[in-house]
Design a protein around this ligand. Structure first.
Ligand SMILES: O=C[C@H](O)[C@H](O)[C@H](O)COP(=O)(O)O
Length: 263
């Protein structure tokens, strides 16, 4: 297997495991995260619903026609609609049974960096109203300290009018070179699903060794609060203490490990 297919396989393994362990006949309202790993969540849901063929497996059936799927981005909405699943929104379903989402980096305490695809605002809303929030990721995402592996920076959604102010506020907060995220096939910055910009701010490993004048430290939780308070910031891609369980597809292409709250 090439390293690319090992990676893809580990995403698939984690996604399948989460769907198999947590979606059953009582599941009704399902939040669908965004990104490349979530594609396999939908794939497994379709297999479990008998809408897509599964390889050599007798799968426990899922009554997908009785489920409603809540998207976290344009991409996840398309996944839901294109596959003929029932689409809902947070205003119709203010409480969600379970949400499965990807992450850019996850630590041992189940804190995560998200927003590599600029979807973290809606992802956070959906996660927050979910009774169960589950993360699925490949082995490259696991780390001891957030910021060790995802070095492109914490994604921060900002109001366009405020981006220069937020850039300078982030420098004052200790980020040497925050970047306005630029689009690849469009001139200028990327625009989120909410019409905003994204700034990526790398503060180094968020290991708690730095003490700010206000008594905060550079822990994921303190950084989340401090960044969120900056004028112009809409949402920060730090998900603190939100996930109940994280599934990580291993590099061997066979096993899936999990990290569970309280274990
Ligand atoms: O904004 C994007 C989301 O937070 C994704 O869930 C995250 O970037 C992980 O994506 P992927 O599964 O493609 O690594």
């Amino acid at each position: 297997m090439t390293s690319k297919s090992v990676l893809t396989n580990s995403k698939r393994l984690a996604a399948y495991k989460a769907v198999d362990n947590h979606l059953d006949s009582s599941t009704r309202i399902v939040g669908i995260g965004s990104g490349s790993t979530v594609v396999f969540v939908i794939e497994r849901i379709l297999q479990r619903g008998g809408l897509k063929e599964a390889e050599n497996e007798k799968l426990k059936k899922l009554d997908v026609n009785n489920c409603v799927f809540i998207p976290t981005s344009f991409q996840s909405r398309q996944l839901i609609v294109d596959n003929g699943l029932n689409l809902g929104d947070v205003d119709q379903y203010p409480v969600i049974d379970i949400t499965i989402d990807g992450a850019d980096e996850v630590d041992d305490n189940l804190n995560a960096i998200k927003g590599g695809g600029a979807c973290h605002l809606r992802e956070k809303v959906v996660a927050e109203i979910s009774k169960k929030f589950i993360i699925v990721a490949d082995y490259t995402k696991e780390s001891k300290v957030l910021g060790e592996k995802w070095t492109q920076g914490v994604p921060i959604e900002v109001i366009p009018f405020c981006y220069t102010l937020v850039l300078s506020s982030l420098k004052k907060l200790g980020c040497p070179s925050p970047n306005l995220r630029m689009a690849k096939a469009k001139a200028g910055p990327i625009i989120t699903d909410n019409g905003n910009f994204v700034i990526d701010a790398h503060f180094g490993p968020l290991d708690g060794t730095k003490l700010f004048d206000n008594g905060n430290r550079n822990t994921p939780g303190d950084m989340m609060k401090q960044i969120k308070l900056l004028t112009g910031v809409v949402e920060v891609g730090l998900f603190i203490d939100m996930a109940e369980i994280v599934y990580i597809g291993c590099e061997d292409g066979i096993n899936v490990k999990h990290i569970k709250k309280g274990e």
